[in-house]
Design a protein around this ligand. Structure first.
Ligand code: PA5
Length: 473
């Protein structure tokens, strides 16, 4: 579906400084290396093209198949926006990071501190931890009468989310009895898990996490769309942005398909020992987008075995950094430390505000040179300078350029990262969409807390070596 709004400019992926022509033969990627990876990249491309929408790649069709659900979400969001002061997401991992990233990207950076009239939406909280102090502090500030809780869990059984649910439901029932359900919206699998059964029993409004959509690939389904719509974000535009990126990612020409070439560069980098991927947006609004990316990249690619059962211990450790803040903490290491990193900047061409640096300090030329510029010019100059310093020191770096941060470009950006991850996983010949390491921790928690059916796991845990006092000081 192409509409006039599809004309919002595309985001761009600039990989000049990954190439040997810019950072030298030793650290850079050569044309030959790119050529040698082309076939593997095109295999990944063909595999995805044939299988998208099936198995765990259901997420790839989300930009196209949600017309009815979007209407329903917008209806619910309208009611919540009218009646509520606060909207609280209870969820963790893929059921929390997307909503948080999109909130920070597209709402006022001080949203919760604004008055109701300026905010035009409920205050927004995401409880993605079970730190008791955090939960207690949230309960201190909420007015339950004017709060809706969105419990999000694909599996319907995650301990963190379900314990939060129990705490909240207990309070709601004590106060509202049969009407407690009016304060809860569930987002979960259509059939599997406990939450869908509880939702049916209690009568919660429920949204479905569709088949084939894993947690970290779920932002463009009701997991992310409902919170975004409640916040007044244009979710149709987000989906339109995703479609826009998808069109580029359907190009079979390896070098003009941004996600495919980005995936190929990542895989080559990993093979060259660059095992760390630093994501560094130069915008506070995108700080949590780096967190979301970190989960996507880490949980998808960090795998012990490949699809043939060989031990590969694949993956690239993602690190989040914020420009310019982390220029004053991490950049020293990135410029002069081990040659084990790729830095990806996220640049914004047009910020939503412009702030002038006024005159003053005329007697201090080392300060007054700043006068007459804007903070916009300063942040851009600092990014260019950091890019220059890294490049001069032979450090591979790439840049994703957003014309501006809006619902469309955020849809583009998230779809780009998901596609890059899917292509890279296929090129590494691993299962991109499972998370046995996460499941192991979840199962061990169930066992430790005495969940029925986990007795064997409890026995396994109880037989682990006792820690020696010799190594505790
Ligand atoms: O990406 C994933 O699959 C995980 O990070 C999950 O999102 C996370 O473990 C939470 O799972 P659930 O949504 O089932 O509660």
């Amino acid at each position: 579906m192409v509409t006039s709004k599809d004309k919002t400019p595309d985001i761009k992926f600039d990989y000049n400084n990954m190439m040997s022509a810019y950072i030298g033969e030793e650290q850079g990627i050569t044309y030959d290396e790119l050529r040698m990876t082309r076939n593997a990249a095109l295999d990944a491309y063909s595999y995805f093209r044939l299988n998208r929408g099936t198995g765990w790649m259901g997420w790839a069709e989300l930009p196209y198949n949600q017309d009815e659900i979007v209407k329903d979400i917008l209806r619910t969001a309208k009611i919540v926006r009218r009646n509520c002061e606060a909207f609280v997401v209870l969820g963790i991992g893929g059921s929390a990071l997307g909503p948080m990233a999109v909130f920070q990207a597209l709402c006022h950076l001080r949203h919760n501190e604004l008055g109701k009239r300026q905010r035009k939406a409920p205050k927004f909280y995401v409880e993605d931890n079970v730190d008791p102090e955090r939960m207690a502090s949230l309960l201190d500030i909420l007015d339950l009468d004017k709060t809706v809780f969105n419990v999000i869990t694909k599996s319907g059984s995650t301990s963190e989310t379900m314990s939060q649910y129990l705490i909240i439901m207990n309070m709601l029932k004590a106060r509202y009895g049969d009407k407690a359900a009016e304060h809860i919206i569930a987002t979960t699998d259509a059939q599997k898990g406990n939450l869908v059964k509880l939702a049916e029993k209690e009568g919660f409004k429920t949204y479905v996490v569709p088949d084939g959509v894993g947690g970290r690939f779920s932002e463009l389904c009701p997991v992310g769309l409902l919170p975004a719509a409640v916040l007044g974000i244009d979710i149709k535009e987000m989906l339109r942005g995703a479609r826009q990126m998808d069109r580029h990612c359907r190009r079979s020409d390896f070098k003009s398909n941004p996600a495919l070439v980005a995936a190929a560069l990542s895989v080559i980098s990993m093979k060259k020992g660059k095992n760390i991927s630093v994501m560094m947006p130069y915008a506070d609004s995108l700080k949590l987008m780096a967190d979301w990316y970190c989960q996507l990249w880490a949980e998808s690619l960090g795998k012990a075995v490949d699809l043939n059962g060989n031990t590969v211990n694949a993956g690239q450790t993602p690190v989040k950094a914020l420009g310019v803040t982390d220029q004053h903490s991490q950049i020293q290491l990135y410029t002069e430390g081990p040659f084990d990193k790729v830095v990806t900047f996220i640049a914004v061409e047009k910020y939503r505000s412009e702030v002038q640096i006024p005159g003053g300090c005329e007697d201090f030329p080392n300060v007054s040179f700043l006068s007459g510029h804007t903070l916009n010019e300063l942040i851009t100059a600092e990014m260019d300078a950091t890019e220059y310093a890294l490049t001069k020191n032979h450090r591979p770096n790439a840049k994703i350029i957003l014309p501006e941060v809006n619902a469309n470009t955020i849809g583009q950006l998230m779809f780009f990262f998901m596609m890059q991850t899917a292509y890279a996983g296929k090129m590494l010949n691993i299962d991109t969409f499972n998370q046995p390491g996460v499941e192991e921790g979840k199962n061990a928690t169930y066992a430790l807390l005495g969940r029925k059916g986990y007795e064997e796991k409890a026995a396994e845990l109880n037989s682990r070596p006792v820690k020696s006092e010799d190594f505790i000081v």
